[in-house]
Ligand binder design. Sequence first.
Ligand code: AMP
Ligand code: MG
Length: 416
Amino acid sequence: MADLLSVDDALTRILTHFKRLPAESVPLAEAYLRVLAEDVIAEHDVPHFANSSMDGYALRAADVTAATKESPTHLRVTMDIPAGKAPEGTLQPGEAARIMTGAAVPDGADAVVPIEDTDATWAAGDAIALPGDVGVQKAVQAGDNVRQPGENFHAGDTVLYAGSRIRAAALGTLAGLGMAKVKVLRRPRVAIVSTGDELVAVDQPLEPGKIHDSNSYTLAALVTEIGAEPVRIPTARDELDDVRKRFREALDAKPDVILSSAGVSVGAADLVRTVLDELGKIDLWRINIRPGKPLAFGKLGKVPFFGLPGNPVSAMVTFDVFVRPALLKLLDIPDAIPTIQAVAGEDIASDGRQSYIRVTLRRENGRPTAYATGTQSSGALLSMVLADGLLIIPAGVEVARKGETFAVRVLRVLMV
Ligand code: AMP
Ligand code: MG
């Protein structure tokens, strides 16, 4: 296998061709799952005013130190502060303000006593007459039931970091800061071309010898899953002119990356290679990987190009191992594919290449245990549907023995 490039060396070479994409500004509602382009520093405290965490009465804790159920302390109710209303004036000793959850605590008050600890009987929304009276039945400490300014974070704090994915809570945090627009990295555009005379579109009948093109769907889904934008180009027939035409169409889509599938195995290779030599530059690599040995990498025009193998499982595995890290580098996210350690539940044969075995994972004796998902034919896509992960048998190992521990790349990752 000396003439085969190792998986790690191939990936290292590939990654030198990728760098972080430029930023763009998008409306907040479109920022979900995008990648932040710059750190977000809070311009104000959140919350930015002291507010009540209860429906009840704002007061001075010092006024109610002796309050008990048997012997309530009576205060004069001089203000009514619903949520969203700024308190008018300062609370004086002996006074209380009816206050709702989230409403601003007035100056002069330092605590809130919940309605349950008073003799009041109103429900939220009921009007009350002012001035009024309330019997407080329990002492409170200064600060009780008051959310202080900056409880969540303070002005000047770095709250979100460049290179992080904007998930639900981060999106809400940006909204809380009033950021109507957010600077995010541009989404990578990825053009996808299937090649092969045997391929027909999913809405066309199968003639003898034909199969439906599945790779362009699988690859488009994998691209979408990491937050990039797929552009499916119509299938190229196995003719120079048609491959040329479709590769030009791919370039016209102004992509950041172009993926083709099939046409890179021995025999078929000339077609893709010939066109790439004309329109760009290609290296055809024999990588020490199973499935997916023939992988072409190069440039179509100035655009990085991956010629993935045609077999559906090989196309997916080589995407996972080589394309995904490259796209994540465009998004400034290190290759964070979760890998766990799992015990082989049975002997699994390899051929000495670095093998990615489709496995299901079960917990046995407290440890994740891996079993192959039936046939490992690189044409059998259902084995990927069933797989929880890809167990990696390192190069040079012929059998993964039952009971030994291996790294498993976890599939079914929603998004990294
Ligand atoms: P090739 O690399 O062209 O020799 O193709 C290898 C295998 O992958 C053949 O069995 C092809 O029929 C199959 N194949 C190629 N392209 C696709 C595709 N887009 N969808 C499904 N199977 C494909
Ligand atoms: Mg072919």
